[in-house]
Every structure is written in C-alpha cells, then in structure tokens.
Ligand binder design. Structure first.
Ligand code: NAI
Ligand code: MG
Length: 360
C-alpha cells in the first residue's frame, strides 16, 4: 500500500526537527518496502515569514491542494516576536483541524526509558495509555455572548454543544482503539454530578456505544478525581476518552506524568480518511533555541511513528518505536540532546535513531 504525505515544517525548530523525522520515515519505508511519498514542496507554507511577506500563513487554494494527501506531517508554527500567536496558529494549524474535520486528537502517554518520570516508583510499562480527545465541538463552541456590557447587569454566557454525531464518532474511535489493545479497557471522563445536562448525555452515549463492544471493559470517572488518578495511579488506564475541554486537560497532563511532554507527539485525525490527518510533535517552534541545532527531534520522529501506525504499517511503526526507545535508553552523552542531559545535536540523535531503524 502507498502513503502520500504533505510535509510542512513551519517555523523555528520545526525546520530543524523535520529533516530528522523524514530521515527516520525514509529508513522505515525502505526497510519495510512502503510506497511512501514525502512531498517537500510545502517548505514555506504555514510560516510566519510567509505571513510577513503576503499577509497570510497559507497560499490561496491550500485546501484543495492538501486534500489530495493522506496525511500532513507538521513541524510547528510561531514567531511570537514578530507575529501574534493567534494569527500564526489560527492561520494554519487550526484551519487544518477544522477544514479537514480532524475530530480526534490522539496522544500517547507512555513512560520512556532514559526520561526521568516525575512520579515516584513507576517503572517502564506502568504507564502506557492513550488519551482520545473530541476535537471539534463540546465546551469549545463560539455560541454565546456578553450582555449589558459595562453595567451592573453585565453577564456572559457560552454554550456547550454536544451533537449525537459528534459524541458518537469520538466514542466509536475510542472503543475501536480499546478493542484493538490487549487490555480492552476504556475510561470515560465525565462530570455528570456537576454539569447536569451535557455530561449525563455524554454518559448515556457511552453506555449506548458500549453495547456494541461487549469485550471492552468501560468505566467512568469525574474529571476532578480522574486528574488525581492520572498522577497517583496512572497504571489504571489503557484508553481514556474525553470531551474537548476534559480531553485538552488530560492530553497535557498524561504526557506530563511520564516526563515526556517535551518529546511527545500528537495526532489530529479524521478516521474515515475523507480528509488528511495531521501528525505533529506537541512542542512549539521554541524560538529560544531555534537556529542552534540542539532541538530534540524525538517528538517529530515519534509523530512519524504514529502516522505509520495509524495507516496500518504496524511492523514499521513497531521498529520505529523500539528504535526511539533504544536511543533514549542507551544513546550516549554525545548523541543525546541537551534537554535530556546530553551534549549532542538534533542531527546526532536523529541520525542515530534512523540508523537503528535500518538495522535493529
Ligand atoms: P515551545 O514548545 O516552543 O517551547 C517551550 C520550551 O520547551 C522552550 O524552552 C523550548 O526551548 C523547549 N522545547 C520545546 N521543544 C523542544 C525540543 N524539541 N527540544 C528541546 N527543547 C524544546 O512553546 P512556547 O515557547 O510556549 O511557544 C513558542 C512558539 O511556538 C509560540 O509562537 C507558540 O504559539 C508556538 N507553539 C506552536 C505549537 C504548534 O505549532 N503546534 C504548539 C505550541 C506552541
Ligand atoms: Mg492544550
């Protein structure tokens, strides 16, 4: 099978980590005979340079052009000193998420060797779960408003929208993912004791969907205690699904509990494949270290690994994952980047991982 990918490195260290991500993907594609097209014609798309020159982050017709790809492999955007962040993000990444109906945000929470875990007494294997976040509706609607501004009667209201289609499709994805894993365990984030209309509805849809997945064990926690369990007993979890707001919180908290937020990847997924899905590192453009060649490429490489896994290239994805783990565990001081205690460079770590992918 083939995979066509639009490569968009973006700003700052996005441009530095991208070549390492591509080298690793090429190594995997070569070893496993994947017909992988990595189209690099988008080097100046979604960059603040472009915005400063033309007044927009993306050229006209971007949607038609990108629509023909299976996936977008995305670095990072942002040049906060010259372009406000809401312009760079809304002009690129957020356009992609919305226009391409990437209604799943997916993040791994996995303890990695060589990365100190901030929680005590956790060993490799104890933390290994996914957070699935609804990415298009819920609490982040723009319906509402302010009334009687600047008077004593002033108030604001903002609605939560949960459509049956919107809730069911994220739940279906989460149940499918749970079903594909050995533990087959799904945890739902709720708050139906406090939010008395939308959250009971969410719970109701979970219950309904669970009838189609008899093998999946389902439980639910209110978001407040759930955040506590993430920190205290992360080994409880396998797949965790949440609404847009709860999922947003959990998808930062989960990787933070593994110490890996700096190297973590993220998928913005349109599961049906009607539109391209987007895979990116969680980090931003890191202006403070951009241009120094010391950015850690693992987030970018891991995002590529997620992309191969998503499209069903399991052997290649497994080898990429193992290569990342071996590099983090045993890559010496001259290979590791400074953020993980080394003296190496983006390139030393990236090419080390690429060579492991070819030979392990
Ligand atoms: P950031 O993630 O760019 O940097 C936060 C801190 O982590 C910095 O000290 C940076 O040096 C360090 N860091 C980040 N990635 C690293 C890596 N791969 N290796 C080593 N160190 C790394 O977040 P910040 O500073 O809040 O935002 C900078 C710019 O990035 C802003 O314009 C922001 O809007 C944008 N941004 C873009 C995102 C995206 O494109 N998805 C996500 C987050 C921020
Ligand atoms: Mg967030």
């Amino acid at each position: 099978r083939s995979l066509r990918v639009a490569v968009i490195p973006g700003d700052g260290i996005g441009q530095e980590v991208m070549p390492e991500g591509l080298a690793c993907l090429r190594a995997a594609a070569e070893r496993y005979n994947i017909d992988l097209e990595l189209d690099e014609q988008f080097k100046d798309w979604a960059t603040c340079e472009r915005y400063l020159e033309t007044g927009s982050m993306l050229p006209e017709g971007w949607k038609e052009k990108l629509s023909t790809y299976d996936a977008i492999y995305f670095g990072a955007v942002g040049m906060p000193e010259k372009v406000p962040d809401h312009i760079s993000l809304w002009g690129s990444l957020i356009q992609f998420r919305r226009e391409f109906d990437q209604y799943i945000s997916l993040r791994p929470c996995k303890l990695m060797p060589g990365i100190p875990c901030p929680l005590s007494n956790k060993k490799i294997g104890d933390i290994d779960f996914w957070v699935v976040r609804e990415n298009t509706e819920g609490e982040y609607s723009s319906i509402g408003g302010k009334m009687f501004p600047n008077t004593s009667r002033e108030f604001v209201v903002q609605d939560t929208i949960m459509t049956r289609t919107g809730v069911d499709r994220v739940l279906k994805y989460a149940f499918e993912l749970s079903n594909s894993r050995p533990k087959k365990h799904l945890t739902s984030a709720t708050k139906s004791n406090g939010i008395s209309i939308s959250m009971p509805y969410w719970d109701e849809r979970v219950l309904e969907m669970s009838k189609s997945y008899q093998d999946v064990k389902v439980d639910k926690y209110h978001i407040d205690i759930l955040t506590a369990w993430f920190v205290l007993r992360p080994e409880l979890f396998d797949v965790v699904v949440g609404s847009n707001l709860f999922g947003d919180i959990l998808s930062d908290l989960g990787p933070a509990c593994t110490g890996s937020i700096g190297i973590a990847p993220s998928g913005n997924i349109n599961p049906e494949g009607d539109w391209p899905s987007l895979f990116e590192p969680v980090h931003g453009s890191a202006p403070d270290i951009a241009g120094k060649g010391i950015a850690n490429p693992v987030g970018m490489i891991w995002a590529g690994q997620m992309m191969l896994e998503h499209f069903g290239f399991k052997d290649a994805a497994d080898t990429m994952m193992r290569s990342i783990e071996i590099a983090l565990e045993s890559g010496g001081e001259n290979i590791r980047t400074p953020d993980i205690g080394g003296k190496g460079t983006c390139q030393s770590l990236g090419s080390h991982i690429a060579s492991l992918i070819s030979k392990i």
